[in-house]
Write a new protein. Structure first.
Length: 170
């Protein structure tokens, strides 16, 4: 039930952000979307900014890494800043949750781990496994598919930016 409620809130927030971004693009506000400058540097796959879900006031390097990954993997739903019942990087703007199917999640998680330095990734969690750069290890059962990260890839980021996003290869 909590997962369904979260999904509904996330879908509403994503739609609101799509509408806001579309209005900004229509008004020619490239600063609001960030797409033109970043797309010029990173390639056209980065210019999918109009579909960005609202992920809140995450750190700039988190937003940039999240946008790059979201666009490269075609992910529509991404969660960001928000309260958590456990210790988490979400409240301070240093974590994103990418809601994906298994195949996309596996590819995204491996990409994030492989490009840890450039993306400033601290650790990745997916399907009750965690990887901080030294390989995947199982986590304790937290009691639900959401808490066990079965339907989303959680990426926590470092407190400082990484390297050049142009070097990211997925």
């Amino acid at each position: 039930m909590a997962y369904e409620t979260y999904q509904q809130r996330a879908a509403r927030a994503a739609e609101e952000e799509r509408q806001r971004a579309a209005r900004a693009v229509a008004a020619g506000d490239s600063d609001a979307t960030g797409a033109p400058a970043l797309a010029a540097t990173l390639g056209p796959e980065y210019a999918c900014r109009a579909g960005v879900p609202r992920w809140g006031p995450v750190k700039r390097w988190v937003a940039d890494a999240g946008q790059l990954l979201r666009c490269r993997f075609g992910i529509a739903s991404v969660g960001g800043v928000g309260p958590r019942g456990r210790v988490s990087d979400h409240p301070v703007g240093l974590a994103l949750d990418f809601f994906v199917d298994r195949a996309a999640g596996d590819a995204l998680a491996e990409c994030a781990v492989r490009n840890r330095g450039a993306l400033a990734v601290k650790y990745v969690i997916f399907r009750q496994r965690i990887n901080s750069g030294s390989g995947w290890r199982m986590m304790e059962d937290r009691g639900s598919p959401v808490e066990n990260h079965m339907e989303h890839v959680h990426i926590s980021f470092n407190t400082a930016p990484g390297g050049s996003l142009a070097s990211v290869r997925c």
